[in-house]
Design a protein around this ligand. Structure first.
Ligand SMILES: NC(=O)c1ccc[n+]([C@@H]2O[C@H](COP(=O)([O-])OP(=O)(O)OC[C@H]3O[C@@H](n4cnc5c(N)ncnc54)[C@H](O)[C@@H]3O)[C@@H](O)[C@H]2O)c1
Length: 324
């Protein structure tokens, strides 16, 4: 009863804030696919707090955080690979769209390449099919990943060729090509699309099968961290609280592709050492193997910094925040 009352008050406050922030007219409306997942649940909350009308399409599959559903945004429980979502998006008629829903589990994509491709590629096609027919669309962001570059011998910049090397990253790279093809072909999308390529994001609500939550669990319970291929795989990491503002910046002013990274990179073995140093605790590990693993992802971040991005947290600050 008390929680229902608090939720009612929260919605009233949000609506009052809406009225204050959009005195001259229409409140911006945004559709976020996958807006209940680890990263985009934070983005959903960010735009709700900003006073926007937020519509989330999310089928509550793996990685989703339904606990954020509180009536402050509209939620459609739909599979993005179902063509019906095109009609939903047209009916909602948003000003902005972020397409973030995706199968994100690389191990699943290796076991189930056909399902992964079908789900992710069809979902992306439906978003672009809707967006090319949206009369009010100001910006569409397609959410992608550093993994589209494949093995990175140097810091990859956005114009370099994509060479994805597992089914997950192949599906994400296919989405990047769909973005280019649609923007180039349909005048209604001209200059209206952007794409983010995030490095490894970590923080509150992350899927417990990912490396940072596994390390956190090892600290809390002593359960060992499975380390693939001698712990030599190198990744760049960024704390979740840096993400909503950078998405907002790109929505406002961005065009084309943006790598999003702090350039704080570690091999898994060095990441574990870093966490041991920050926490003063020893982390148990076991050896493991993943087929087709890329050993290094690293990206150039000049383009997003030129857009004016100022990250809120360094890697180390984010790590301390996450590990408490
Ligand atoms: N986590 C990272 O470090 C990282 C790095 C780079 C890029 N990305 C990208 O960011 C996005 C979000 O990643 P995440 O880690 O938060 O993912 P996540 O797995 O935590 O969340 C994905 C969300 O999408 C929903 N979803 C999945 N398939 C769907 C479908 N077919 N229809 C409707 N909803 C569906 C799920 O229910 C879930 O809520 C993804 O596009 C991912 O590729 C993530």
């Amino acid at each position: 009863m008390i929680s229902l009352f608090l939720r009612f008050i929260k919605i009233k406050i949000l609506h009052a804030r809406n009225a204050l922030r959009a005195p001259s007219g229409k409140t911006p409306k945004i559709v976020i696919t996958g807006g209940l997942g680890f990263i985009f649940s934070h983005v959903t909350e960010y735009f709700v707090a900003k006073g926007w009308d937020v519509v989330v399409i999310d089928n509550l599959s793996e990685g989703s955080c339904p606990e954020i559903i509180d009536g402050s945004f509209v939620h459609y429980r739909h599979h993005m690979a179902d063509p019906e979502v095109v009609g939903i998006m047209l009916k909602e008629n948003p000003d902005y769209v972020i397409h973030a829903s995706s199968v994100t589990d690389v191990d699943y994509s290796i076991r189930e390449p056909y399902r992964t491709m079908r789900k992710n590629v069809l979902s992306t096609l439906h978003v672009f099919e809707a967006c090319r027919n949206l009369p009010n669309l100001k910006k569409l962001i397609y959410v992608s990943t550093d993994e589209v570059y494949g093995e990175c011998e140097h810091k990859m910049h956005e114009g370099e060729i994509m060479l994805p090397r597992n089914p997950y990253s192949c599906a994400k790279a296919t989405g990047s090509l769909i973005r280019v093809a649609y923007e180039n072909t349909y005048p209604t999308l001209k200059d209206k699309t952007a794409e983010t390529r995030f490095c490894n994001v970590f923080g509150e609500r992350q899927d417990t099968r990912k490396i940072m939550p596994i390390i956190k669990r090892a600290i809390e319970t002593g359960k060992p961290v499975p380390v693939f291929d001698e712990g030599g795989s190198y990744r760049e990491y960024i704390h979740i609280d840096n993400i909503p503002p950078v998405v907002d910046l790109i929505l406002e002013n961005g065009r084309g592709v943006y790598n999003v990274t702090l350039n704080d990179g570690y091999t898994v073995a060095n990441l574990i050492k870093k966490v041991e140093q920050v926490t003063g605790k020893k982390i148990p590990t076991t050896k493991s193997h993943r087929p087709g693993i890329d050993m290094k992802y690293q990206m150039d971040s000049a383009r997003i910094r030129e857009l004016g991005w100022k990250p809120l947290y360094t890697f180390e600050e984010g790590l301390k925040k996450y590990l408490g």
